[in-house]
Structures are given as structure tokens and as C-alpha cells.
Design a protein around this ligand. Sequence first.
Ligand SMILES: NC(=O)N[C@@H](CC(=O)O)C(=O)O
Ligand SMILES: [Zn+2]
Ligand SMILES: [Zn+2]
Length: 448
Amino acid sequence: MTSQQSERTAGHSRAAAATTLITGVRCYGEGEPVNLLLRDGVIAEIGAQVRDADAEVLAADGLIALPGFVDLHTHLREPGREDTETIATGSAAAALGGYTAVFAMANTDPVADNAVVVEHVWRRGREVGLVDVHPVGAVTVGLAGQKLAELGTMAASAAGVRMFSDDGHCVADPLVMRRALEYSKALDVVIAQHAEEPRLTVGAQAHEGERAARLGLAGWPAAAEEAIVARDCLLAQHLSARLHVCHVSTAGTADVLAWAKQRAGGAGISAEVTPHHLLLTDERLASYDPVNKVNPPLRASTDVARLRTALAEGVIDCVATDHAPHAPQDKDCEWAAARPGMLGLQTALSVVVHTMVRSGLLDWRGVARVMSERPAEIAGLPDQGRPIAVGEPANLVLVDPEATWTVRGAELASIAENTPYEGMDLPARVVCTVLRGRVTAHEGRIRP
Ligand SMILES: NC(=O)N[C@@H](CC(=O)O)C(=O)O
Ligand SMILES: [Zn+2]
Ligand SMILES: [Zn+2]
């Protein structure tokens, strides 16, 4: 680790709580309950008999301990749309959702396409101190897709940008994408692509299929995603560069990824799926409620089924929320005028449990893999997604696997309330989140 990296990862403005003793917890939902002693930001001792008279005790009987979640795809809206989310409110939502690190997308206003903006986001994240906020840098200036942004300057800045994306827009020009991949290789960073061939989605409003046709909504064909993913996999492999595919939404994309990964022996290519694409389908569109409008759009039930198995099999590496807060005036309007996107940070675990654990596709080890370990590896975070073991950083989430809760947008920490799960009963609840030994969220409340 370079000295700059260690300053970034360990030098947070808030000191870790002295000592915390978590009692009666089952790590990864396996084996007998144990106590975890957290001291100086690391896991100091693990065992059934571990005690410490001076420690703050967190009774965790019946709970499962997992490594803190890492979200590769979050929209925090600061700077520019602080009426919908700020770094402070988004960090609170992240901590309450079990996250210890989030990647904040670059489509802010101003765009995070330079060192000044990414350093602002990074500093503000540290000041808030609830979750590690890693700014994503834009690939192109102003997300316009024409001229490469100064990736090197952002990577070398205090923010130490590791991931670049024009998310919200596709880097559609193949030559611009090629150059970005070449630079990313030299800088050892990853390009995350929002795969959408813009010429195929002009005016698109919903998944192209029978339902959109019946509702009279212009279609967003699966091929618009799949064609870009195929192109970018070929480019990345040709250049031996790394590529991360954002919000995979179709069965065909899973097929392309399986092919590309098998071809490259698994190297270089990674992909994420959102909780909403694992659960919701375009049947939701019948209501014309724009809360269901998202990019890429909700797809068919056959896509949902394939995305679940692709995640279980590792064809899709991880879950990322694409948490996208929007103001009421941008959502409570006619479908065509509404902005795409939905909240995700505080519901992600429950949707993953509902779709993947309750269906038998993943066990709790698998949840740790897709929500913490793989995203940390993809982004190159040395201190996140680590095993729950002595000497490791105390970045943890404690989950109640038996709980059920009812989602209420107004009760979520985000300023915006655009959750598609309003009124739904979801399984499993985040009880406690720990960042470097310090409790950041407990029993649904933030611990500032
Ligand atoms: N997912 C969305 O529908 N919206 C995102 C942009 C994006 O992720 O493409 C947003 O910024 O609102
Ligand atoms: Zn996107
Ligand atoms: Zn996004």
C-alpha cells in the first residue's frame, strides 16, 4: 500500500470507538455463535469466551455477521441536487443499509470530471464519516462522450479515483471507449460502462416488448445493452484492460458475459446487477407510476430469472444499488417526463435476501461475496470486503435474518422518497453497521 493510500483508507477524521464487544453472533450464518472484540478499528479477538470489561457490549444473539457491504454504484447528487440527496443523507442511508463503502457516480452538477469536484466529494464523505465515499470520475468531459476527462489527474488527486464512468450516459463512440480502456490500464483503474447504444434507445421509455407496445411506450430493446456489452468485452480483451458493466438487465447480457468470461479465463471483465432488476418486471408498468421508471428499464420475468442464476453462478459478479434519488416534481409527473431511477441503499440487502437467499440460490457466504467481497476486489479496496478474522479491519454488518419490515419511503434516510417497494414487506433487516470498529448505524438509527 502506498503512503497516500494508507492516508486515504485509515486517516478518517473520526476516531474509532475504543473497544466494542459483539456477543453471540454467527459469522456468515455458519457454526456456533461467537463474540467479536473490536479494538483500534480491527477485529482483535474472536471466540465463544472472549470478554472485555471495558468494552461497549452489543448483544447480537440470533444475528449474522457479514463484512460491511460495498456499493459500486450510488448517486449521491451532491454537488447540484442537494434537494434530493446530499453526501450526508446518502451516507446515512448507506450506513443504515449495511454499507461501509460506496462509489458516488460522476453525473452531478458540476460533473465530477476533474480533481476539484472529486476531491470535494471525497472530503465531504470523510467529514460525514459514516461510510467511505469514493468518488467515481467521469470518463469524458461533461459526460458528453467526446473528449476524455483528465483521468490521471483524478486518479492522482487526494480522492485517489479508482473507478471512472459516464453513468447516466453510455461511452458510445468505440474509439473514445478504446482510448479510455487504454488509459485505465496504464493507471490501473476500472472503467464502468452504462451499456446503452444511444441510436437504439432514442425516445425509449420502457423495455421493448409486448407490454410497452400495448401501453404505447417507445421501446428500449435488450439489444441496445447487449451490443455495447459485447463490443466492450471484445475491446477490453483486445487491450487486456479491465471493464466493469453497470446494471446488467437482460438475459442476453448474461449470455454475452458468460461467453466473454469463459473466453478470457475470467480475467478483466466484471458486472453488477441491481436489486430492482433481480425482483421487478415490466408488469409494474401497467400502473403508469413513474416510480417504476428506471434506466435500464425493468425487463421481462425471463430476464429476472436469468439475472438471478447469473449472479449465483458468478457470471454477474456483484450487486450494486444504482441508488438514484429524484425529487417529487421529477417523479410525480407523466411517465414520459419523469426521470429514471429509484432509491436502493436501504432496501438492497432485503431484496437480495428475498430474491437470492429465500430462493436457495445464495447462502450467507454468497451474500458476503456479492455485496462485499467482489465489489471491494473490483474497485481495488484493500480494507473492505475482508474476511471476518483476527487482525482484519472491523468493517462489519450485523443482520437479523428472521426480521420482516414494511418499506416506507418517508421513513428512509434519503431526502427523496422514490422507492418502488413502498408498502412492501421485505425479509431481513440490518441491525448494526460498523466502520473501522465504530458503530455507524444501530437499530435503524445513525450514530454520528
Ligand atoms: N439508473 C437511472 O435510471 N438513473 C440514474 C442514471 C443511471 O444509472 O443510468 C440517475 O442518475 O438517476
Ligand atoms: Zn446507468
Ligand atoms: Zn446509475
